[in-house]
Design a protein around this ligand. Structure first.
Ligand SMILES: *Cc1c(COP(=O)(O)O)cnc(C)c1O
Length: 381
């Protein structure tokens, strides 16, 4: 018998307990617009944590990616190399400026962009390489930076899922010229909706501040560097208000413990799924040596031919809410309309159809994890 308490939802936002206190502090401080004390604390934390030259809070990772497209002066017909196996914002941010996403296949092990296939997708119109660190596990950044340097192309890291992850000791988001984080409710460290732009190449810092503040030099004015602020460049309003930053600050303070708790859940899943992998019914995630990850998600890859929807339905029958993603962008209506293929897509097509994400949230008990993997085992038998 299924009772409501047996339900295991896919995600449950985790609160540290201090979010409302900090929101109250912001309220009593009478600073509600953006770039107040909590935003500054968040910026300093991000800069200290990632070693980015400049961190700027945004409304979302989507907004941070849109800022990247503006900073790189992407215009009609400019090509941007990226994986097809990603969230729509990776592409849309550039399509908004007239850019053309050029989709490259992914690696079998990490599901990240296949760096060996990037170079063949570069043309005289290529303006940037956008990488996505899937599940918070890094792309092969050394190889990608090397290709980018040889072709003089900037690298943008969509590190939406990569907060607290690293590659060879460097924080994800701090390795390319620009990086974007997400603090969406479904990510590890959250603000409801929220994000950050990490500026690593110093040439972009001043313009990033201007673009984020409606095209004005308001940030410089507040620092006392200019005596009035005026319209300088194109821009929009990309900064979140203080209430969002106050919430986020409560999460930043606990970012280490959040990551540790998620890592414990991840390791439990990994141990529980070991036998299923040995039996050949599924494949577990692969984390290369150079990567320390943040346990953003736990996914399994079903054997080709296994019908994923049946497995998801069987889990749902047990009140377990697992999900799939992504529908690859190249096979979506928007991807066909705005993008083009930069390589064949065998790996993307095969693996995206066999991936299942298991419930992952702080508070999930060992008993629940057992139940989930048992149900998966039965569904696959
Ligand atoms: C979540 C996500 C985004 C979008 O983040 P928002 O903060 O919701 O805009 C972009 N790219 C990837 C890879 C994501 O996982």
């Amino acid at each position: 018998m299924n009772t409501p308490s047996r339900k295991i939802e896919f995600n449950r936002p985790y609160m540290t307990g201090k979010e409302l206190n900090y929101i109250a502090q912001a309220k009593f401080g009478n600073m509600l617009a953006g770039d107040g004390p909590f935003t500054k604390k968040c910026h300093h934390w991000l800069e200290a944590r990632t070693q980015a030259r400049k961190a700027l809070l945004t409304h979302s990772c989507t907004a941070a990616l849109e800022m990247c497209a503006l900073l790189l002066d992407i215009g009609p017909g400019d090509e941007i190399i990226m994986p097809s196996f990603t969230f729509v914002s990776t592409a849309n941010a550039f399509v908004l400026r007239g850019g053309v996403p050029v989709f490259v296949d992914i690696r079998r092990d990490t599901l990240n962009i296949d760096e060996t296939r990037i170079e063949a997708a570069i043309t005289s119109r290529t303006r940037a390489i956008v990488v996505v660190h899937y599940a918070g596990v890094a792309c092969d950044m050394d190889a990608i930076l090397d290709i980018a340097a040889r072709h003089r192309l900037p690298v943008v890291e969509d590190a939406a899922q990569g907060v607290m992850s690293a590659y060879k000791g460097k924080a994800l988001g701090s390795i390319g010229d620009l990086g974007a984080f997400s603090f969406h409710e479904t990510k590890n460290v959250i603000a409801g909706e929220g994000g950050a732009l990490l500026v690593n190449h110093p040439d972009f810092i001043q313009r990033a501040e201007i673009i984020r503040e409606k095209g004005t030099d308001r940030s410089r004015f507040f620092r006392g560097e200019v005596d009035k602020y005026t319209w300088q460049d194109i821009g929009s309003s990309y900064l979140p208000g203080e209430l969002t930053a106050a919430f986020l600050w409560a999460q930043f303070e606990e970012a280490e413990s959040i990551t540790e708790k998620r890592m414990n859940l991840w390791r439990s899943y990994h141990a529980l799924c070991e036998r299923l992998e040995a039996d050949g019914v599924l494949r577990r995630p692969v984390v290369p040596e150079d990567c320390s990850h943040n346990a953003h998600m736990y996914y399994v890859l079903l054997r080709p031919g296994k019908r994923r929807q049946e497995v998801l339905d069987a889990l749902r029958g047990q009140d377990i809410y697992a999900v799939f993603h992504y529908v690859p962008l190249h096979s979506s209506p928007g991807g066909k309309r705005f993008g083009r293929l930069g390589s064949t897509m065998e790996v993307t097509d095969t693996l995206s159809e066999s991936l299942i994400r298991l419930p992952m949230w702080i508070g999930l008990t060992p008993e629940q994890q057992h139940r989930i993997v048992d149900a998966l085992d039965k569904a696959l038998a």
